[in-house]
Ligand binder design. Structure first.
Ligand code: B12
Ligand code: SF4
Ligand code: SF4
Length: 302
C-alpha cells in the first residue's frame, strides 16, 4: 500500500470508529457522543524529535524504535530498521456540550467532564486497541505503547516531576498536531479540550511540517496577556512560570471522594483550565479564513 493510501485508510478507520462505536457514548448521562470527530497525524520513527524528547523529558522516554524492538523480540521477529517504523497519533476533541457545561463550572468539574475522564479514557484505550488490531490483520507489526505494561509507566522524575515513558502530548506534537500552552495542555486546531492516543507501526511514514516554536498556539507565549487558564484553575497551579504538576495532581486527588459521591465515577480529572478559555476549541493564535484572529485576546475582551 502506498503511504498516501495507508494514511487515508487509517484516518477513515479512526473516524468511523469514533463515529459508530457505542463506547463513545455518555451512557450514564444521556447517551450523547463523548468525543467529536478526531484529528489524525503521522510521524517517522527515524525523526530526530524522538532523540530530542529523551533530552527534554528523560532517557526513560522511549523512542518508537525501542518500543517496536521490544514487540518484535516478544513475537520472535526481527525488529524493523528505524526508518521502517512510524507513529500514528490522534486527538479526540471533547463534545461541545461537555465543554460548555464544564466552562460554566468553578471549583469542581461538571458531571459530563467527570464521566468523560472516566469512560472517555476507556474508549480512548479501545481506539488504540482497534488500530492495532486492524494493522495486525493487514500483516503489520503494531503496538499501542500505553496498553503495554512492560513499556508504559507513569513516574516521578527528579528533574521533570510527573512524567511517563510515552507522553501522548509530546508524540502528538511530533506528529504536527499541536503545540504546548502555558497550562501544559496541547493546543491543536480543535483546541486543547481533548484526549490523545497513539500507535507505533512497523511501516515507513514521513514526518509532518512542525512548528519550530513549541508554544506557537498559546497567546501568553505569543506576547498577549491571556492567562485565562490560570484564572480558571481552582488550585492556583498555573502561573507565569507555567503549570505546577504536583499542585494540580494533589488538588484532584483530594477531590476523589467527593467526585465519587457526586458523580459516581472514580478516576478523576479537573480540566477547568481546558474549558472556558480562548484555546478551548481552536488555536487562538492562528488566523481564521476571514483573516481575523480566531479569538480575541483576554485583554481585548475586557
Ligand atoms: C502524568 C500525567 C498527568 C500529571 C502531570 C501532567 C504533565 N504535565 O505531564 C497530572 C496529574 C498533573 C495530570 C493532569 C491532567 N491531565 Co494528565 N496525564 C499524565 C500522563 C499519564 C503522562 C504525562 C507525561 O508523560 N508527561 C511528560 C512530561 C515531561 O510532560 P510536561 O512536563 O507537561 O512537558 C513539558 C516540557 O516537556 C515542555 N518542553 C520543554 N522543552 C521542550 C522541547 C520540546 C521539543 C518539546 C516537544 C516539549 C518541551 O513542554 C511540556 C509542556 O510545558 C498523560 C498520558 C500520557 N501517556 O501521555 C496524561 C495526559 C497528559 N493528561 C491529560 C489530561 C486531559 C489531564 C487533565 C485535564 C485531567 C483531566 N483528564 O481532566 C489534567 C490537566 C493538567 C494540565 N494543566 O495539563 C491528557 C492531555 C490532553 C491535553 N489536552 O493536552 C493526557 C495526554 C491523557 C490522554 N490520554 O489524553 N496529568
Ligand atoms: S488560556 Fe491563554 S495562556 Fe492559557 S494556554 Fe490557553 S492561550 Fe495560553
Ligand atoms: S487540571 Fe490542574 S491545572 Fe487544570 S484547572 Fe484543574 S487543578 Fe488547575
Amino acid at each position: 500500500m502506498l503511504e498516501e493510501e495507508f494514511r487515508g485508510w487509517i484516518v477513515s478507520e479512526i473516524k468511523n470508529h469514533v463515529f459508530s462505536s457505542p463506547d463513545n457514548r455518555l451512557k450514564g448521562i444521556d447517551d450523547t457522543p463523548i468525543f467529536d470527530q478526531p484529528l489524525v497525524g503521522f510521524v517517522s520513527g527515524a525523526d530526530s524529535i524522538f532523540r530530542q524528547l529523551k533530552a527534554v523529558i528523560g532517557e526513560f522516554h522511549l523512542t518508537p524504535h525501542e518500543i517496536m524492538s521490544r514487540v518484535a523480540e516478544r513475537k520472535g521477529a526481527d525488529p524493523p530498521p528505524v526508518e521502517d517504523v512510524g507513529v500514528i497519533s490522534y486527538v479526540l476533541p471533547i463534545s461541545r456540550m461537555t465543554k460548555r457545561e464544564n466552562a460554566s463550572m468553578t471549583g469542581i468539574p461538571s458531571r459530563r467532564w467527570a464521566h468523560t475522564r472516566c469512560y472517555g479514557e476507556i474508549f480512548n484505550l479501545g481506539v488504540q486497541a482497534h488500530i492495532v488490531k486492524i494493522l495486525e490483520n493487514e500483516g503489520y507489526l503494531a503496538v499501542a505503547p500505553q496498553l503495554q505494561d512492560d513499556v508504559f509507566r507513569v513516574l516521578v522524575d527528579d528533574r521533570v516531576g510527573l512524567a511517563s515513558t510515552w507522553s501522548q502530548r509530546h508524540i502528538a506534537f511530533a506528529a504536527g498536531l499541536g503545540t504546548f500552552g502555558l497550562s501544559d495542555g496541547l493546543i491543536t486546531r480543535k483546541g486543547k479540550a481533548h484526549r490523545l492516543g497513539s500507535v507505533v507501526v512497523g511501516r515507513r511514514l514521513s514526518s509532518p511540517g512542525r512548528a519550530s516554536d513549541i508554544h506557537a498556539d498559546c497567546l501568553f507565549f505569543q506576547g498577549k496577556r491571556c492567562m485565562e487558564c490560570a484564572r480558571r484553575c481552582p488550585a492556583g497551579a498555573i502561573t507565569e512560570r507555567g503549570h505546577d504538576k504536583e499542585m494540580c495532581g494533589n488538588h484532584f486527588h483530594g477531590k476523589k471522594l467527593i467526585m465519587k459521591e457526586l458523580y459516581g465515577v472514580e478516576p478523576y480529572g479537573c480540566g477547568l483550565c481546558q474549558t472556558g478559555v480562548p484555546c478551548e476549541s481552536r488555536s487562538p493564535t492562528r488566523r481564521s479564513a476571514e483573516g481575523k484572529k480566531a479569538f480575541p485576546t483576554s485583554q481585548a475582551r475586557r
